[in-house]
Design a protein around this ligand. Structure first.
Ligand code: PGA
Length: 250
């Protein structure tokens, strides 16, 4: 039985005061009873999360990381540094990284491999653009993205990561994939993964992301192959995010 997993992706948002208010609200409203929760914060707020979330049921992580352990990579953050602040997770291949920062399937696969090597659990983000959906190539695109990672880390790697399916057209647009649309893709991807290893595919958490809110979470999360949510905009609001976690608890 796969546990539900709700993750907050704050993206490039927040101040120390806002982070403190969000954390305090999350800690009050989230018991993590029977489900998992993580917060992906901008790097500079990770020490604050380590101080305020240690001992709580809420884990935390970075939104990106470099593949190298150290060296002349000005402006980059290593996985070892994330570990230094007790990050359990790292987001890899978010569509904003792929499109705005030119991360190819290959780069994403290398980052997943580096995260696994470093002992930080990657949350691998995949998803199609609107154009690709309209062309009917949603599954092809998602499978291409998964395959790049599978070729590098194999089935064993997939046993140690989490996938987030995020249709790019649903991210930050207020347009959610319908529960049926999302379920269909999740089921198709799980079926593709099962061809490699049925046990791994049955255990892999596949989260949905794209305009998830407290109002639409119950229906999305009740789909058999949707194992949680990666939440952007609504994770910057305590009531919304706590509401989504409560839906996961049910
Ligand atoms: P959104 O973002 O919930 O604001 O659509 C999701 C994401 O980008 O992870």
């Amino acid at each position: 039985m796969r546990k539900k997993f709700i993750a907050a992706n704050w993206k490039m948002n927040g101040t120390k005061a806002e982070v403190a208010a969000l954390v305090s609200g999350f800690k009050q409203g989230i018991d993590g009873n029977g489900y998992q929760v993580a917060v992906f914060a901008p790097f500079v707020y990770l020490p604050q999360l380590e101080d305020s979330l240690a001992g709580s049921p809420i884990a935390w992580g970075g939104q990106n990381a470099h593949t190298e352990a150290s060296g002349a990579f000005t402006g980059e953050i290593s996985l070892g540094m994330l570990k230094d602040f007790s990050c359990e997770y790292v987001l890899v291949g978010h569509s904003e990284r792929r499109t705005l920062f030119a991360e190819t399937d290959d780069v994403v696969a290398d980052k997943v491999a580096a995260a696994l090597e470093a002992g930080v659990t990657p949350m691998l983000c995949i998803g199609e653009t609107l154009e690709e959906r309209e062309q009917g190539v949603t599954n092809d695109v998602c499978i291409r993205q998964l395959k790049a990672v599978m070729d590098k880390v194999g089935v064993d790697g997939f046993r140690q990561l989490v996938v987030a399916y995020e249709p790019v057209w649903a991210i930050g647009t207020g347009k959610t994939a319908s529960p049926e649309q999302a379920q269909q893709v999740h089921a198709d991807l799980r079926a593709w993964l099962a061809e490699a290893d049925a046990d791994m595919a049955a255990k892999l958490q596949i989260l949905y992301g794209g305009s998830m809110k407290a109002a639409n979470a119950p229906e999305l999360l009740s789909q058999p192959d949707i194992d949680g949510g990666l939440v952007g905009g609504a994770s910057l609001n305590v009531d919304e995010f706590v509401g989504i976690c409560q839906a996961a608890a049910r």
